[in-house]
Ligand binder design. Structure first.
Ligand code: UDX
Length: 451
């Protein structure tokens, strides 16, 4: 008798930093024999540069099929909830009618209404968090009223975490004022019905956040399944698994990789702040002059929309020393032997990617959860340092130069590289046969097939 092949529908929030980890998880599930349908919004599907051939993609609507440019979150989110609920329901019913019923909807924690859709349809549901366990725990404590806002103390103590300064906390906790709709979504809505989901997936691995995972797993059915890095970079298991596979921007792969091939080992500083972070003009200038003054080559991702902030003639004047690209194949770049360090905004994917590929980091966090990762990179994982801004929040050129020297040279740099190697090995082990994330993924699949 043919065994039932479970079918999961996976729905990310439509931005690159959420698509990448969920798409990679989709591929892992496929590798374990699960059938996966990946859902995106119509607008996103029509604008993507490339879709991996190994993934079956269907669309739903967020209510903005012509694009949501200029629409504020306060308007966008409720419309996505309304139109998204209807069109997700239609999609699940369509798949059912065509003989491909869905066994489980794995939805982005930014789309908590998917849980109601799943329940109404009698389908099981898994919620996928694209942030670290540390950050999830912080939001959980705020949402449950265990950590009161506005913060009263300059230092907070949360179970499973080391003592954290207010400035180490996500911006939606330390300063929720400027973006009320996004704060509500990130801190509260994500956590609202977390107990009702059948599974809770975190893109992290046990050894990286041992204490806090242990603490959260006591109260919630948490499964750590990361790092969701395409396995060819870590284990060489899935042959077709090059990059993530659903790019919103076209990477300048040839120009970038042939330039890196000309550089010597550990001689290049890689700089990227995408995909959501925007730098102030003053910060772009300081960064530019800091890179130019350093004795190392640099590869800098500057989105087209940001390139006008570069100092006049900068590209021309730094030709040869630096290469500026609008989007790159980040995993290939981080895995390249010429890369010596990564100046990063500390988005969770970039942090996990650098950590898993053993690249030392210089953290320049901008907002949301990035300050927390910069703190952990520096003080807990000891895989990099944090560039200290001045009283106006700008990291000055001389500080950038000093940070590059510290990480690329000397004793601190050596220690960081030693730790980088350790984390790279531990990340790989988590995904290898019998590793914690591999076991968690297999356990999910076996439960899905059984019931
Ligand atoms: C955001 C948040 O910062 C992050 O913490 C959250 O958990 C997910 O959403 P984002 O700001 O986009 O993400 O940064 P990051 O999480 O680092 O994701 C960026 C992704 O784009 C990475 O997977 C990176 O590999 C990719 N990228 C970036 C490229 O492929 N090419 C580039 O040139 C730059």
């Amino acid at each position: 008798m043919e065994t039932h092949r479970a079918h999961c529908l996976i729905l990310p929030y439509p931005v690159q930093g959420h698509i990448n980890p969920m798409l990679q998880f989709a591929k892992r599930l496929q590798h374990e024999g699960v059938k996966v349908t990946f859902a995106t919004t119509k607008f996103l599907f029509e604008t993507v540069d490339e879709v991996s051939a190994s993934i079956s993609v269907e669309t739903i609507s967020d209510g903005y099929d012509e694009g949501a440019n200029g629409i504020v979150q306060k308007i966008y989110l409720p419309r996505f909830q309304k139109v998204g609920s209807e069109t997700l329901t239609e999609l699940v019913l369509k798949l059912q009618d065509s003989g491909r019923p869905i066994d489980c909807i794995i939805y982005d924690a930014f789309l908590p209404w998917c849980l109601d859709v799943a329940k109404d349809l009698g389908v099981r549901a898994g919620v996928f968090f694209t942030q670290s366990c540390v950050v999830n725990n912080i939001y959980y404590h705020v949402h449950k009223g265990l950590l009161k806002l506005p913060l009263e103390a300059t230092e907070v103590d949360i179970p499973g975490l080391p003592p954290l300064l207010a400035s180490d906390l996500p911006s939606f906790v330390s300063n929720p004022g400027p973006y009320p709709a996004t704060s509500q979504l990130v801190v509260h809505d994500q956590m609202e019905k977390i107990e009702e989901a059948d599974w809770i997936f975190f893109n992290t691995f046990y050894r990286l956040e041992e204490k806090v995972i242990h603490w959260m797993a006591k109260i919630l059915p948490v499964k750590t399944i990361g790092p969701t890095i395409p396995s060819m970079y870590l284990e060489k298991r899935l042959e077709d698994d090059k990059q993530y596979g659903l790019n919103l921007f076209k990477p300048m792969t040839n120009a970038c990789m042939s330039w890196l091939n000309e550089r010597s080992i550990s001689s290049v500083v890689y700089v990227s702040f995408r995909s959501l972070a925007k730098l102030e003009v003053k910060q772009m200038e300081e960064l530019a002059w800091g890179l130019r003054a350093s004795s190392y080559h640099f590869l800098w991702v500057v989105r087209e929309s940001e390139s006008k902030k570069l100092p006049k003639d900068f590209v021309k004047e730094t030709f040869g020393k630096g290469l500026i690209i609008s989007w790159g194949p980040q995993l290939d770049v981080l895995a390249h032997k010429s890369i010596g360090c990564f100046i990063t905004h500390c988005g969770w994917n970039s942090t996990l990617e650098a950590l898993s590929l053993g690249v030392p980091m210089i953290g320049m966090p901008q907002w949301t959860d990035q300050s927390t990762y910069a703190k952990f990179v520096k003080d807990i994982w000891k895989m990099g340092i944090k560039a200290q801004p001045d009283e106006n929040g700008i990291v000055r050129r001389d500080v950038i130069g000093q940070c590059i020297s510290i990480v690329m040279e000397g004793e601190i740099g050596q220690e960081i590289r030693k730790n980088a190697k350790k984390w790279k090995d531990l990340a790989r082990q988590a995904l290898e046969e019998g590793g914690s994330s591999d076991e968690n993924t297999k356990d999910f699949v076996s439960k899905l097939i059984q019931s």
